[in-house]
Structure formats: structure tokens, C-alpha cells
Design a binder for this molecule. Structure first.
Ligand SMILES: Cc1ncc(COP(=O)(O)O)c(C=O)c1O
Length: 400
């Protein structure tokens, strides 16, 4: 008997499977729309100007690479809080926010889930239908139970707000409600500011616990608007969890930079939350990594670099907005499918509404790869592949 006799094949992530498929495709014209990264007009992952400048500073710093404290780099934590909460930190939120540096947004979500499970073992987390594939498994891995609320109407391509509101209004007090702060993954359909305001009232009234996943800040309606739900919910005085990822907004995917911020009801609670979070991470990876955090902290802590980073992030957002329009112009009119969603949806993804069979045809006939649920990465569309992508979309929808 060996320990390894019990090994079973693990379930494969469909996004990684799609990537493997793409890599194995021998066709030269192949295009990968299955990814979750921002690519520039030339199809490259950018090195942002401010990040490159920060890297120069970091390389010249001539300091030893000791351990960070378990909370993470102070500049990263302060930078994350300033982005999320702005001026309120000096006023109404003073001392009530506990922020820990995490391993990307995924690390922040998992840490938040672990904190909740310590405080309320087996608590229920309600998430949108559909949601990012890793959401249910990450919360379950921490011991929480997963429930769903209606979110996206496939027929209209819009948020089914009335059904969502009704479901939230029926949730028992204490239910954790996972919300995508902006650029909903995979649908690209976001709540309007009016719907957010109504939702905030409902969450407060029902004493629910909002958990915001902020993975695409800056890619939706701009950084200010994309982070507005954080400030709206923080102002309600509810316990609030915010998982911030810097992977996309700083193009620092492999550096694993993120932060978990928890808004408590008092400064004493915030201190205890920080200690709780530290005690959890100590037994997983002990202390977080330095390099990526130094880059983000350097950019956010320097007014000139910060302004340049924001300007470049905005230009990345606008490139996707332009690509959405350009693709709609190419496929829109004479197809059997309504492609109006392309310009209504926000962020990196569009949920095309295409069937599994149509997605498979795009791959087989045109070498256009994407996730079979119909999610396509708009940020991977560029001048050299847009005509091919448009032709593939038209071909599979005209006859289908
Ligand atoms: C909705 C959502 N949340 C969180 C993350 C996690 O990001 P990170 O790569 O920083 O772990 C992603 C990444 O794709 C995401 O799409």
C-alpha cells in the first residue's frame, strides 16, 4: 500500500485546457481569445511605463531582501487603501480598515474566505449565476457553503436586476454576498450606479455581508467609477471585505500582488482582524513576496508615477472600448445573432451567447480559440486578428 494509491486525476480548469489546446494547434493564424490578460494593439502583454520606472528605482535601491512583515509591505497596503477608499480614510473610516498584502486577487479571496470561516464556520456565500469559475471552489476550499443568486439573463444579455434584488432580499442575515466590483467575469454585464445604490440599501437592511472582488479596476468605466462600489458599501457601516488584484491593472500577473481589505465596525476590531489574517497566512506561506509589491507601492506612492499609471490604464481601457465597437461594426449588421452586447458589456470579457457547438466550430474552422461557455477576451483582439475573429463569429452565427 502506498500513500499515492489514492491519487485520482484532478478536474482540469477549462481555461487552462483551452490554453493547452491553443498551444497544440499547429495553424499559424491561430488566435487565443480564451485568456484573462490584457494585450496591447500588437498582441503583447504591456510593461506599463510607470512600472518600468519603478523597476529602475527598485533595482537601484541596494537594500537587502529580508522578510517582509506578515502584513506585507506598508506602502502597498497604504496604496491599496488610498485607491479603494480615498479621502474617507482620513475621516469616517479612520482606523477601521484592516489591509493585508496577499498573493494576487486569488490569495485575497481565499484569505477573506478563511477569515469568515473562522468567525462563522460553514457560513453561506452567495455568488452570481454565472461567476468566475474559481469562485465557488475557492470559498469551498476554506470550508464555506456556496449558494447562487440570479444575475445574468442570457436572452437579453443584461443583468436580471429584478430577480437578483428579490433573491438578495430573501437571504438570511449574515449571508456573505460576493459581488464583482466591476467588469463582471465572465459576462461583462455590470450593475448601474442606481442598482448599486439600491443594493447597498438592501444589504444594510438585511444585515448581509458584502464581499467585493475587484480584479479589473480601471477597465470598466474608469478607476474612479470602478472602485465607487467599495466606497458606497463602506459608507453603509456594514462589515465589508474587498479583494483587490493588481494583476491586470498593473500588468503584473506573475508577480502575485493583491490585497485584502476588511472594513470593521471599530478600530479595535480592525486590529484583531489584522492579527487574525496574519495568523492564517503564517501557517500557509508565512510572509508575502517583496518584488511586485515594491513596484506597486512605488507607483502608488509617487504622485508623478501614479498619474502616469492612471493615464496608461485609461488608454488600455479605451483600447478595449474601441475594439468592441470595431468588432461590432464588422459583425453586427448582417448576422443572425445580436452582437449589440459587444459595446454594452464592460472590461476584458464579452459573453458572446454562442453555444458550445458554435465555439467548437470557431476553433475547428477558423483557429479562433476561447472558453466553451462563450466567453471571449476582447483585450486579445487586435488589428491583425480582428477581421479573422469577425469572420469566424459571422460564419458560426449565420448558419447556426
Ligand atoms: C473575477 C476574478 N477575480 C479574481 C481574479 C484573480 O486574480 P489574480 O490573478 O490576481 O489572482 C481573477 C483573475 O482572473 C478574476 O477574473
Amino acid at each position: 500500500m502506498s500513500l499515492f494509491d489514492a491519487l485520482q486525476p484532478a478536474t482540469q480548469d477549462p481555461i487552462l485546457l483551452s490554453f493547452q489546446d491553443f498551444m497544440a494547434d499547429p495553424r499559424a493564424e491561430k488566435t487565443n481569445l480564451g485568456v484573462g490578460m490584457y494585450y496591447d494593439a500588437q498582441g503583447r502583454i504591456p510593461v506599463m511605463r510607470a512600472v518600468a520606472a519603478a523597476e529602475e528605482q527598485v533595482m537601484q535601491r541596494q537594500a537587502p531582501w529580508g522578510y517582509l512583515m506578515s502584513e506585507g509591505l506598508p506602502g502597498l497596503r497604504a496604496g491599496a487603501e488610498s485607491l479603494l477608499f480615498g479621502d474617507a480614510l482620513a475621516g469616517s473610516l479612520r482606523g477601521r480598515v484592516a489591509t493585508l498584502q496577499t498573493l494576487g486577487g486569488t490569495g485575497a479571496i481565499r484569505l477573506g474566505a478563511e477569515v469568515i470561516n473562522r468567525l462563522q464556520p460553514g457560513a453561506v456565500v452567495a455568488m452570481s449565476r454565472p461567476t468566475w469559475l474559481n469562485h465557488p471552489s475557492t470559498f469551498q476550499a476554506a470550508g464555506l457553503q456556496v449558494a447562487e443568486y440570479p444575475y445574468y439573463d442570457r436572452a437579453t444579455g443584461e443583468v436580471e436586476w429584478a430577480a437578483m434584488r428579490e433573491a438578495v432580499a430573501a437571504m438570511p442575515a449574515g449571508t456573505v454576498v460576493l459581488l464583482h466590483a466591476c467588469c463582471h467575469n465572465p459576462t461583462g454585464a455590470d450593475l448601474s450606479p442606481g442598482q448599486w445604490a439600491e443594493l447597498a440599501d438592501l444589504l444594510a437592511e438585511r444585515r448581509l455581508v458584502p464581499f467585493l472582488d475587484l480584479a479589473y479596476g480601471g477597465f470598466g468605466d474608469g478607476l474612479e467609477a470602478d472602485t465607487a462600489p467599495v466606497r458606497l458599501l463602506a459608507a453603509k457601516g456594514l462589515p465589508l471585505f474587498v479583494a483587490t488584484s493588481f494583476s491586470k491593472s498593473f500588468a503584473l500577473y506573475g508577480e502575485r500582488v493583491g490585497a485584502l481589505s476588511v472594513v470593521a465596525e471599530s478600530a479595535e476590531q480592525a486590529t484583531m482582524l489584522t492579527e487574525t489574517m496574519k495568523s492564517i497566512t503564517r501557517n500557509i506561506y508565512s510572509t508575502p513576496p517583496t518584488h511586485g509589491a515594491l513596484l506597486v507601492a512605488t507607483v502608488l506612492g509617487d504622485p508623478v508615477l501614479r498619474a502616469d499609471w492612471r493615464a496608461e490604464l485609461e488608454s488600455m481601457r479605451l483600447r478595449i472600448v474601441g475594439t468592441r465597437q470595431a468588432l461590432l461594426d464588422r459583425v453586427g449588421r448582417n448576422s443572425g445573432h445580436d452582437f449589440g452586447f459587444l459595446t454594452r458589456q464592460k472590461g476584458l470579457f464579452s459573453y458572446s451567447g454562442l453555444s458550445v457547438a458554435q465555439m467548437q466550430r470557431m476553433k475547428a474552422e477558423a483557429a479562433v480559440h476561447a472558453v466553451e461557455d462563450g466567453r471571449i477576451c476582447m483585450a486579445a483582439v487586435n488589428e491583425s486578428n480582428i477581421d479573422r475573429v469577425a469572420a469566424a463569429l459571422r460564419a458560426v452565427t449565420q448558419e447556426g
